[in-house]
Design a protein around this ligand. Structure first.
Ligand code: P61
Length: 462
């Protein structure tokens, strides 16, 4: 009998409840995207057919999670569900102390305020929008120390989230270890296209930071997905359970911020996890100012229960194989069609290379924003810009940051869509790709101060 891993993956669940979706007419879509200022964040979800804006908070919960919701202990203080959550985090991630938050950026806010001083530098394996903003608001400057390969969409490096140890050590020597409060390490790096860091590299980062006595704070939002790639690609881990890989990753770091809305399969929630007792006490005190009491931090008891169960489900071998398998399926379809996408295909989405698809548009004509709007127009598919609009402005010069990567993210929610949905998406991307030469760009019409991509409005260039 064949081992199941030698056979095709299939979803390790069957569907018990469905939510209808519909595609509105082309005229209605034209009106909707215009009213949204050509920003997919400003569309109403009822006007979207297949929603690949994000995998954040969009997962389908299991029957067990829903059953857990009914076990919510909605006490203001000391809810049973908090202790279940704390146990799950200690068991699966190995961090000692937990401060719950309403979502990931709540944890980012606290760690940044607690650890960063004015004039500090925070090295990291590529920026993430909210993470970097909180570092800046605390007076720090983010410094990218990811390997160069990560900025090249066509480079097939299996671990594009790896840290360039020379870049990191040069920074430490240049600025001094006392100016570096921690190194920020993300697993499954979002802006690089959902790319993993290897355990080999992380061990070297640990060794280097130990030498200078610098902590590592882990953005563990998609740690299980990263672990899956380690199992697939890193020598020596072929037979290691995902659970063990996840725990080993966490053991190499000193604390973590988590947006539980991704890997951990809940619609809302997050936490800050720390090993250092003193820092934990400070965070526990700070959370009451910004989020809520330290045993709920902005979450309802039922949300904490769903999260405790979601953590368990997230490290299940069959789950993670099917989850990443579905993303790979869409990516390979697009590669077969000749559409330029970030390679290797990432863990949580397929990233279209807008620079290559729309080479006639300069970065000032916002190729990725334009492509996302065109995709919506074609078949009501919602995606997200990850290029110059997302990169924002340099806080000192006020000028646009021009990232190497100008991408459109087709993000796959967990346990929500079927392979047939993926086929329809690929068909639509191909249709837009075929008419790429006729596509004209966009210009800013309104730009808010913070995280501009969420609320900016654009106008069509002729
Ligand atoms: C996403 F357009 N991600 O990917 P919060 N770290 C990491 C994340 O992916 C992340 C957070 C921290 C989102 C939502 C989102 O520019 C954007 O729970 C690796 O969202 O507060 C969130 O966690 C923050 C979309 C966030 C964006 C920022 O879709």
């Amino acid at each position: 009998m064949a081992d199941k891993n030698e056979r095709s993956w299939a979803e390790p669940y069957k569907i018990k409840m469905v939510e209808p979706v519909r595609m509105i007419s082309r005229e209605e879509r034209e009106k909707a995207i215009k009213e949204a200022g050509y920003n997919t964040f400003l569309l109403r979800s009822r006007d979207v057919y297949i929603d690949l804006l994000t995998d954040s908070g969009t997962s389908a919960m299991s029957d067990r999670q829903w059953a857990g919701m009914m076990m919510g202990d909605e006490a203001y203080a000391g809810s049973d569900n908090f202790y279940h959550l704390e146990e799950a985090i200690q068991k699966y991630y190995g961090y000692e102390h937990v401060v719950p938050t309403h979502q990931g950026r709540g944890a980012e806010h606290m760690i940044s305020q607690l650890m960063i001083d004015e004039g500090d530098f925070v090295p990291g394996n590529m920026y993430f929008t909210t993470t970097k903003l909180h570092q800046e608001l605390a007076g720090g400057t983010f410094v990218d120390v990811i390997i160069d390969e990560a900025h090249d969409p066509e480079n097939e490096h299996p671990f594009k989230a790896n840290v360039d140890l020379n870049k990191l050590e040069d920074l430490i020597k240049d600025k001094g270890a006392d100016k570096i409060p921690y190194v920020s390490i993300a697993t499954s790096v979002n802006m690089a296209g959902g790319q993993p860091i290897s355990l080999g590299n992380l061990k070297k980062v640990r060794k280097l930071t130990n030498k200078y006595d610098i902590p590592i704070i882990h953005d563990m939002t998609r740690v299980a997905e990263n672990a899956y790639f380690i199992k697939q690609r890193e020598e020596g881990y072929e037979d290691t359970p995902i659970k063990e890989i996840v725990k080993e990753i966490c053991s190499l770091t000193d604390g973590a911020t988590m947006s539980a809305k991704k890997d951990a399969l809940v619609n809302i929630g997050g936490f800050l996890a720390l090993n250092d007792e003193e820092l934990f006490r400070k965070a526990q005190n700070m959370v009451v100012v910004y989020e809520g009491l330290h045993t709920y931090g902005g979450m309802a008891g039922r949300d904490m229960e769903a999260l405790a169960i979601g953590i368990t489900e997230s490290v299940d071998e069959d789950h993670i194989r099917a989850r990443v398998g579905q993303v790979q399926y869409l990516g390979e379809n697009l590669l077969d069609m000749g559409v330029p996408v970030v390679r290797p295909i990432g863990s949580h989405g397929v990233f279209l290379n807008a620079k290559k698809i729309l080479p006639h548009l300069s970065q000032d004509e916002l190729p990725a924003q334009t492509l996302a709007a065109e995709l919506y127009l074609d078949a009501g598919i919602r995606s997200m810009e990850r290029g110059v609009v997302s990169a924002g402005r340099n806080p000192e010069t006020g000028k646009h940051n021009y990232p190497e990567l100008e991408l459109v993210r087709l993000t796959i929610p967990r346990r929500v869509y079927t392979q047939a949905h993926m086929d329809v998406v690929a068909e639509s991307v191909d249709a837009v790709y075929q008419q790429r030469e006729d596509i004209t760009g966009l210009a800013f019409d309104y730009e808010p101060e913070y995280l501009r991509f969420f609320q900016s409005r654009f106008k069509k260039l002729k």
